[in-house]
Design a binder for this molecule. Structure first.
Ligand code: NDP
Length: 452
């Protein structure tokens, strides 16, 4: 292995920060993939691109003080990791979840840089959020928190500087409150956030974009790899949030049979096909738990997280043709990958960010399972966010069909770019390496052209 790679990997081994482990996991995957590129082009070493890309350009950390419904003062930590803006303004979601820390946001920001590069659109990479837990909070508390969060964040963002969007725990409601506060503080009606409700500047199809994009990417990949299409096939999906729900919706629209979904408490297995209307009611309208599903569909199975043996997840033990992990990072382990293989699964598409552990991904690739990595497969969300920025800047509104068509074309182009890059670098069929090399190359070439 090249010295430069050994040096970088060595740095991780000697870090004592447990929060950074997930960041190192993401970085390691990219560094290993791009080894042939570094060998073939000395400019990357000369311009210290790897060193420069393993450190975010800026990490903003701030206190968020807000008052709950009982008049108690609450304190959380807010973050924005502005990772790289070589290709355009910083762009990436905000996550509100108790597990949020600097390491997780560095990992997500790092991934976002390459994902955004793969779209071919003029956007840099960033990520942010807070350890605030929206679960169980009243609507008013969510509003108070969002206002307090934006009262600090507004100093660092702008339509040409940094344009945040949603992620886990941040949907149209939170984006609406954040936007309202930004407008109040700055007196400026800017397209400074994406994922806004349609009524004041949001793009049609932004809620659906990530999930629909995952399916468009998978269809393109299966066609390129000469596999049977998804129509009529059994599919398993994890998660029951934005990405999972719209992945299920598009799969059902094209005639696939989706038999599962899950949340942080358990998994639903419904062999007759998931009742998506009910899932939307439980998760979107009531913000409830999936266990309510079996109150309506008594033939379906609910498997609580606690009842499943260590090292594996119930969703990935269900036989399927194609699997779609859409919940969170590292949710699909080597045990899960083995279960999928044993049960005849031929394709895994990552809707969530890095949901497969490195060992799981390696096993799936070694068994020639079609594997669509997150930074390529879930890039539909950020693509439509960029379409929202374009609509805001030109004061236009595109139709649903227009956005859908552009999303489909974008996902097909990303798939083709990734597959061709993998072939050009001698790793045909390896979409992880293809995505990492193609994404890195675009960012690195821009960095070189812009000087140090
Ligand atoms: P949501 O908050 O809408 O949904 C997340 C879902 O995952 C919920 O059902 C949640 O369960 C479940 N979940 C969260 N943590 C766990 C866990 N540890 N174990 C099992 N289930 C869990 O988030 P999104 O759908 O927006 O995001 C999902 C993933 O997709 C994330 O990795 C995100 O970074 C990624 N992503 C999102 C994009 C977007 O446009 N929203 C774009 C690209 C990537 P519960 O309901 O119990 O909380």
């Amino acid at each position: 292995m090249l010295d430069i790679i050994e040096n970088e990997l060595d740095k991780f081994t000697h870090s004592n920060c447990a929060d950074d482990m997930i960041f190192f996991q993401a970085m390691r995957e990219v560094i290993v993939s791009i080894a042939p590129l570094l060998e073939s082009d000395v400019r990357y070493k000369r311009f210290a691109i790897l060193d420069r890309l393993t450190i975010p350009e800026r990490i903003i950390k701030f206190k968020v003080t807000w008052m709950d419904d009982n008049q108690n003062i609450q304190v959380n930590t807010g973050y924005r990791v502005q990772y790289n803006n070589s290709l355009g303004p910083y762009k990436g979601g905000l996550r509100f979840h108790p597990t949020v820390n600097e390491g997780i946001l560095k990992f997500l920001g790092f991934e976002q840089v390459f994902k955004n590069a793969l779209t071919g659109l003029p956007i840099g990479g960033a990520k942010g959020g807070s350890d605030f837990d929206p679960k169980g909070k009243s609507d008013f508390e969510i509003m108070k928190f969002c206002s307090a969060f934006m009262s600090e964040l507004h100093k660092y963002i702008g339509p040409r500087i940094d344009v945040p969007a949603g992620d886990i725990g941040v949907g149209a409601r939170e984006i609406g409150y954040l936007f309202g506060e930004y407008k109040k503080i700055t007196s400026s009606y800017d397209g400074v956030l994406t994922g806004k409700p349609f009524i004041f500047g949001g793009s049609l199809m932004r809620p659906e974009a990530t999930g629909y994009g995952v399916v468009y990417f998978t269809q393109a990949m299966l066609e390129l790899e000469k596999k049977e299409p998804l129509q009529g096939k059994i599919c398993t999906v994890s998660g029951a949030g934005n990405v999972a729900i719209y992945t299920i919706e598009k799969l059902q629209m094209i005639g696939a049979v989706v038999v599962s979904c899950s949340d942080s408490e358990g998994t639903i297995y419904d062999c007759r096909g998931i009742d998506l209307k009910l899932i939307k009611e439980i998760k979107f309208a009531k913000r409830g738990s999936l266990k309510e599903y079996v109150d309506v569909h008594i033939e379906a199975k609910y498997i609580p997280v606690a009842s499943y043996p260590d090292g594996g997840h119930a969703v990935w033990n269900i036989p399927c043709y194609a699997a779609f992990p859409c919940a969170t990072q590292n949710e699909l382990t080597k045990v899960d990958a083995q279960n999928l293989i044993n049960n005849g699964c031929i394709s895994v598409s990552e809707g969530a960010n890095m949901p497969s552990t490195p060992e799981a991904a390696e096993l799936l690739l070694s068994q020639k399972i079609c594997f669509a990595p997150a930074k390529a497969c879930n890039a539909g969300g950020v693509s439509v966010s960029e379409f929202e920025m374009s609509q805001n800047a030109s004061m236009q509104k595109w139709s649903f069909e227009q956005v859908d068509q552009k999303l489909k074309e974008t996902m097909q182009q990303i798939c083709k770019r990734v597959a061709l890059t993998a072939r050009d670098y001698g790793v045909e069929g390896n979409y992880i390496d293809g995505a990492n090399i193609a994404g890195f190359k675009r960012v690195a070439d821009a960095m070189i052209a812009e000087g140090i």
